[in-house]
Design a protein around this ligand. Structure first.
Ligand code: NOJ
Length: 601
């Protein structure tokens, strides 16, 4: 049989556009006889490991000191070599960069510093060629004040785009207080002279909130999402998505009401409007249901009681959500991301165990220990002192990759990259840090002490420093002046050195991913059971199917710690970040930061 060339080309084209048709994601059911496994449908995004890349800091190809798409494309073999499946890329759209891309001025363009749409097309094609999927950041609670919609909207009260945003006419007096996260005065309203009105911005004044009550706005957003999916992207991580639906009567809210009605404070209040589910169901119908893609909600303000509403497959909204309870542990109340070094491991275990049970029978969870809004995981949850850094990084990697739920792993954590611990405010670039510093200054606070708290605390630039490729100038990240300083420890912590060292955290990460992939039923879907909850040093749990059961032991402390195995019969070790387990009677003696997954007979 002969086929014409145009016919063959169209077949190849259709095959390459696999994102444009809906494939059943959950076609293979888990064996229902497997009483121990979560019997949700399988899906590629449940079995995947996600690697998050902050594009500004990954690899610069043109010497301007800012990471870019060509730089990233040049490093895809490295990304692939890790064994990860999906890359989540922080925003790369047109943006004046008030908040490093979380202020979008053009959703259909690429930020100048990052390159062009042609560079993006190459990046995506090269990722797909390697079997990697690309998840973009979707920032639609707000855009930039430099977006054409906002420029039009602020030009007159009768402009067609006026209703794309939230306005409060000044003749009604001052609007009720709403917080603006990145403002020194803390206000989420900004007065705009031209039309004598205030506009709402939950983040900086450069990020006006979009009005989701307006069907025209929603239509534009869905069309934009469809355009990206037609290009072939594999999903969206949705920035602060629960807050798109607000109480637009903007009532006065007292602190007492916030505490009593909205235990989680402002974010719980912001996320409390049920209309969010109407919008997400509409989005699902108009966009998401048409493609074989994945979605992840940044679950700001969601709780164990509300998270399921976003990811219950029967509701047809989103696939996954990530909670903040884990990354909020240890932050002292009333201080900006000040980390209490004596945070409690039992609390940590409780939080992760409780969230596991939320999705035990339905829906799907996520696991992460750091991202671009958090400090480096090893500094925060492990120990970044040279003698413990390696072991504690590996221990945390063991945790992330042996829990149920999709793991989100942050670039550089595979090397054990640490907080940079700046001494001076001049070294910081982050809008949030600037605002917090300004608040302390205005209140006449101790600025030096504040900066000290951020060394081991949550200043976001701690986790945004350039990727450490080698020990040469600027860690091989750029030939120019990096937009944010490179950590001095690049001489020791870098990809080139880690590749050469068979015992490095990098190789351990690859090994741990392989272990997860070789044991999908067990480590992805298998039942999770917490053991010895009050143990202040060791996090111990089992994962099991009806065929197999393993014990995971993680020593979170810098000292020998004991786990009493009782009658458990330990079999072969599947992975261990150091020497074999030392057992004395029923006591397993774990070395500082030791991690081990061991079969149970
Ligand atoms: C959450 C993002 O993760 C953060 O980086 C950003 O600043 C805010 N949302 C505002 O978009």
């Amino acid at each position: 049989m002969k086929y014409s060339i145009p016919f063959l080309i169209s077949i190849i084209f259709l095959m390459s556009c696999n994102q444009q048709k809906k494939e059943p994601t959950g076609s293979t059911k888990l064996n229902n006889n497997n009483a121990f496994a979560n019997v949700n449908d399988r899906a590629w995004w449940k079995e995947a490991v996600v690697y998050q890349i902050y594009p500004r800091s990954f690899k610069d190809s043109d010497g301007d000191g800012i990471g870019d798409l060509k730089g990233l494309t040049g490093k895809l073999d490295y990304v692939k070599s890790l064994g990860v499946d999906i890359v989540w890329l922080n925003p790369i759209y047109g943006s004046p960069n008030a908040d490093n891309g979380y202020d979008i001025s053009n959703y259909d363009d690429i930020m100048k510093e990052f390159g062009t749409m042609a560079d993006f097309d190459v990046l995506l094609a090269q990722m797909h060629k390697r079997g990697l999927k690309l998840v973009m950041d979707l920032v639609v609670n707000h855009c930039s004040d430099e977006h054409e919609w906002f420029k039009q909207a602020r030009s007159s009260r009768t402009n067609k785009y006026r209703n794309y945003f939230h306005w409060w006419p000044a003749e009604r007096g001052k609007p009720a207080f709403r917080p603006g996260s990145f403002e020194v005065d803390g206000s989420g309203w900004r007065y705009d002279t031209l039309t004598n009105s205030y506009y709402l911005h939950y983040f900086s004044y450069k990020q006006p909130d979009l009005n989701w009550e307006n069907p025209e706005l929603r239509k534009e957003i869905y069309a934009m999402m469809n355009r990206w999916f037609k290009k072939g992207v594999d999903g969206f991580r949705m920035d602060v998505i629960p807050v798109i639906a607000k109480d637009t009567s903007f009532p006065v809210i007292t602190q007492k009401e916030l505490d009593e009605k909205y235990g989680g404070g402002w974010f719980t209040y912001f996320a409390s409007t049920p209309a969010v589910h109407t919008y997400l169901q509409e989005m699902n119908k108009e966009v998401l249901s048409k493609y074989d893609i994945m979605t992840l909600a940044e679950g700001a303000g969601t709780t164990k009681a509300t998270a399921m509403n976003f990811v219950d497959p029967d509701r047809h909204e989103l696939d996954m959500s990530y909670h903040f309870e884990g990354v909020d542990i240890g932050y002292e109340k009333g201080a900006y991301k000040k980390m209490n070094p004596n945070w409690s491991l039992p609390e940590f275990k409780n939080v992760y165990s409780a969230w596991d049970s939320v999705f035990a029978n339905k829906g799907w969870g996520t696991i992460y220990l750091g991202n671009h809004d958090q400090p480096r995981m090893v500094t925060r949850w492990g120990n970044d002192a040279p003698e413990f850094r390696d072991a504690s990084s590996k221990m945390l990697t063991t945790f992330l990759l042996s829990m149920r739920g999709t793991p989100y792993y942050y670039y550089g954590d595979e090397l054990g990259m640490t907080n940079i611990k700046f001494d001076k405010i001049e070294d910081y670039r982050d809008i949030e840090m600037m605002a917090e510093y300004g608040k302390v200054k205005n209140a006449g606070g101790d600025l030096k002490a504040f900066l000290e708290t951020q060394k081991n605390g949550g200043a976001r630039d701690n986790g945004r420093t350039p990727m450490q490729w080698d020990s040469l100038a600027n860690a091989g990240f750029t030939t120019g002046i990096p937009w944010l300083k490179v950590n001095d420890n690049k001489n020791v912590i870098n990809v080139a050195a880690a590749e050469k060292n068979a015992n490095s955290t990098l190789h351990y990460f690859r090994k741990m991913i392989k272990l997860r992939k070789d044991n999908i039923d067990l480590l992805v879907y298998g039942k999770y059971t917490l053991l010895d909850a009050p143990n202040a040093d060791v996090y111990a749990y089992t994962r099991e199917t009806d065929k197999q059961k393993v014990l995971v032991l993680l020593n979170f402390k810098n000292k020998i710690a004991v786990f009493d195995k009782g009658k458990m019969q330990l079999g072969n070790e599947m992975i261990n970040n150091m020497q074999n387990l030392k057992i004395e009677g029923t006591k397993v003696m774990l070395q500082p930061y030791q991690a081990c997954i061991v079969k149970l007979n």
